[in-house]
Ligand binder design. Structure first.
Ligand code: ADP
Ligand code: DP6
Length: 332
């Protein structure tokens, strides 16, 4: 038997960050997080389970992948095989329309597309919540990419992770907010999000303060999204990102994802606000900056960001959709 499925998933950018795990192997977070799915960055993955294969193969952007990236994929496929009760191997072919491991959330679109395509190919019929819960075990932030629009990952309380998955809090069409991804570097980062958050949880004295600040940020941002209030959403997202990055400075050894140009872009965004343009930044585990703004300011925001020395590209994105399936086939 050979069964193939193809799925497309978009990245998401967290407005309230996931930063810290309470269980490393099940990928259970220490806090709820909230994101917007982006239509400009995505992954398309084709998974083909074949009884004739003796091991999994993984191609990323048409190149064979080995080592750590390969192991993350096979370990994830093990979960899918276990859930389906079918010990068959697969060929995975994935194309990232997003830089890999450079702070653009390729892990989010990558694991969401892998989870959707592999679960479908192997014959599992999962609800969105079940798919989100499965996806979480590939990469935490990926569980939010199952949904379009705005999604919240509920951290859950249970030890087994059964109540830890994302839910949609507003659909794609709720609000036409835009996100500019300001590219400063597409190099692989030195400290992965996984390693960075582990070091922070284990060593940063600022970690508890970070966790304590989450519930009020979440409540305020959800209210802002409901009211389509960019000042409220932007101010909370920017402050939440700064708190997350502050925890890394307290870690041992300390580290930061920022470059000097990261700070220049942050200051440029603050200057836009001084001119009356509601623009706000957020930054994930990498040097690149994402800027939130409204459609009517797109031209000005884009031109201003492109003029900042060190900026190599500015990619614009609208709010994106959830998983889409691009066809499947079973040959018995
Ligand atoms: P990013 O900011 O790109 O998410 P991370 O270091 O958090 O950076 O995650 C990158 C990792 O995600 C890669 O090293 C790889 O293991 C995994 N990844 C990225 N794209 C894919 C994909 N299309 N399919 C499977 N795994 C992927
Ligand atoms: C800073 O989801 O990449 O982007 O669960 O270990 O795979 P793992 O980590 P990952 O971490 C994302 C961290 C972040 C914030 C966020 O997306 O919420």
């Amino acid at each position: 038997m050979k069964a193939t499925a193809k799925a497309k998933a978009h990245t998401n950018i967290a407005l309230i960050k996931y930063w810290g795990k309470r269980n490393e192997s099940l990928i259970l977070p220490t806090n709820n997080s909230l994101s917007v799915t982006l239509d400009g960055f995505y992954t398309t993955t084709n998974v083909s389970f074949d009884e004739g294969l003796t091991h999994d193969t993984f191609y990323l952007n048409d190149e064979v992948v080995e080592g750590e990236q390969y192991h993350r994929v096979t370990q994830f496929l093990d979960l899918v095989r276990q859930l389906a009760g079918k010990p068959i191997h697969a060929q995975v072919r994935s194309i990232n329309a997003v830089p890999t491991a450079a702070g653009f959330a390729s892990s989010a679109s990558g694991f969401a597309a892998l989870a959707a395509a592999s679960s479908r190919a192997i014959g599992l019929d999962l609800s969105d919540s079940e798919l989100s819960r499965l996806t979480r075990q590939g990469s935490g932030s990926a569980c939010r990419s199952i949904f379009g629009g705005f999604a919240e990952w509920e951290k859950g309380e249970k030890e087994d992770g059964s109540d830890s998955f994302a839910i949609q809090i507003a659909p794609k069409d709720h609000w036409d907010i835009r996100v500019a991804a300001v590219v400063l570097s597409s190099k692989m980062k030195k400290v992965s999000s996984r390693a960075g958050m582990r070091r922070t949880v284990e060593t940063s004295p600022f970690f508890n303060g970070w966790i304590e600040s989450i519930p009020s940020d979440l409540e305020a941002i959800k209210q802002g999204i409901a009211n389509r209030d960019i000042e409220q959403v932007g101010a909370i997202a920017e402050a939440n990102c700064l708190k997350m990055h502050a925890t890394t400075l307290g870690a041992s050894p300390p580290f930061t994802y920022w470059l000097d140009t990261t700070v220049t872009v942050m200051q440029t965004v603050q200057q836009l606000r001084e001119q009356g343009i509601p623009a706000y930044f957020t930054i994930d585990a990498g040097p690149n900056v994402k800027v939130l703004y409204l459609p009517e300011h797109e031209q000005l925001v884009q031109t201003t960001l492109r003029e900042v020395p060190g900026v190599t590209d500015v990619k614009l994105s609208r709010v994106g959709q959830g998983i889409t399936y691009l066809g499947d086939e079973t040959i018995v």
